[in-house]
Design a protein around this ligand. Structure first.
Ligand code: PLP
Length: 361
């Protein structure tokens, strides 16, 4: 038996389950399992990636000033209070490393994103799961569970995999009601899908206990490059920068993200297409008896009568080359999370679910 043992908590981490991308023996497969933008990145981001190739012998910027300035210009936020990471996953990890450890609690909700738990366990902190109310974050339940040992509270708004969100007044009530020792983290991975939504940035501006994370992996279509960012009180940004590796983002990633955020016309187009086909698909599923909550993101959480029916529908979709996401690991065994693809993918999903429900009836 080896005497070389990992830190407490590490062996409790269940490996992150990514969305599948292939089905054995099925051609013309569409991947609707990872909430990726079906249109890919902006052409400007692709050009920036190409242009970056000649400079790859140079180390990247250590302070990401170009990207932070671009984010500041587009969002109106202060670049000094922005930190960039290898996906928002890395920002979540910095927050846990800097603010939580053994004996501390990291709180998230019943159907919350799995990286909160993984990052909490990785630093030896205790993950605490709070119930939701019918797949919606429950502010009162969080306030009841929070205590002075609670270092961090993570909520995604809109949330994954439910697609639901809570209003600004509820978020503000949560921030105001938490213990003084607790930082509220608002994960805005899907914020761009909600027209005119600031993801809580204004609240960050008026309080010292609120932090916002954002990503280039969803509407910006750059999941493969791994870029995310955080916006928070200056003291917290200064703390996180001590934990961050100096060269955490490559030249290519920085250039692509900067080009992507400056192309807001492209974002607008993707948001509009998503809203249109999300409504269409939700309606088509409802017509064949598959309910879903109104989604504020780029996916629908389709609910079946039970886990067996959800699994059977998943198998049928797979046989048709449609890969969606099982979410039993998120406490939703009777549901499937379906990313909103392009028109053709949405029509294929609707037809396949209709055929499945028709065959079952
Ligand atoms: C997809 C997603 C992210 C993004 O993670 P990245 O590391 O930025 O790719 C963050 N939070 C939630 C809730 C997500 O669904």
């Amino acid at each position: 038996m080896t005497k070389i043992t990992p830190q407490p908590g590490i062996m409790e981490i269940a490996l992150y389950q990514g969305g599948a991308a292939h089905v054995e023996g099925v051609a013309n497969v569409v991947k609707l399992s990872s909430n990726e933008n079906p249109f890919g990145p902006s052409p400007a981001a692709i050009a920036a990636v190409r242009d970056s190739a000649a400079g790859l012998h140079r180390y990247p910027s250590t302070d990401h000033s170009g990207l932070r300035r671009a984010i500041g210009e587009v969002t109106g936020l202060d670049p000094e209070r922005i930190i960039c990471g290898v996906g928002s996953d890395e920002i979540i990890s910095f927050l846990c490393q800097a603010y939580a450890g053994p004996g501390d609690e990291v709180l998230y909700t019943e159907h919350g994103f799995s990286m909160y738990r993984i990052s909490a366990l990785a630093v030896g902190a205790t993950p605490v799961v709070v119930p939701e109310q019918d797949r919606v974050v429950d502010v009162d339940a969080i306030l009841a569970a929070a205590n002075p040992n609670t270092r961090l509270v993570f909520i995604a708004n809109p949330a994954n995999p439910t697609g639901t969100m809570i209003g600004a007044a509820e978020v503000a009530r949560l921030a105001a009601g938490l213990p003084e020792e607790t930082l509220l983290v608002l994960d805005g991975a899907y914020a761009e899908y909600v027209e005119g939504f600031d993801a809580g940035a204004a609240l960050v501006g008026t309080r010292d206990n609120v932090f916002m994370t954002r990503t280039f992996s969803k509407i910006y279509g750059l999941g493969g490059l791994r870029v995310g960012w955080g916006y928070g009180p200056q003291e917290i940004i200064d703390v996180l920068n001590r934990v961050r590796g100096p060269f955490n983002l490559s030249n290519t990633a920085l250039a692509a993200a900067e080009a992507a955020i400056r192309d807001q016309d492209y974002v607008e187009k993707c948001r509009a297409e998503n809203a249109r086909w999300r409504a269409w698909l939700a309606e088509a599923l409802a017509e064949c008896g598959v309910a879903s909550d109104t989604s504020c993101a780029n996916f629908i959480l389709a609910r079946f009568s039970d886990a067996a029916e959800a699994d059977a529908c998943d198998e049928h979709l797979k046989s048709q080359g449609l890969i969606v996401r099982k979410v039993a690991g998120y406490g939703l065994p009777q549901a499937l999370r379906i990313t909103i693809g392009d028109e053709d993918s949405c029509r294929r999903v609707a037809a396949a679910v209709r055929a499945f429900k028709g065959a079952a009836a």
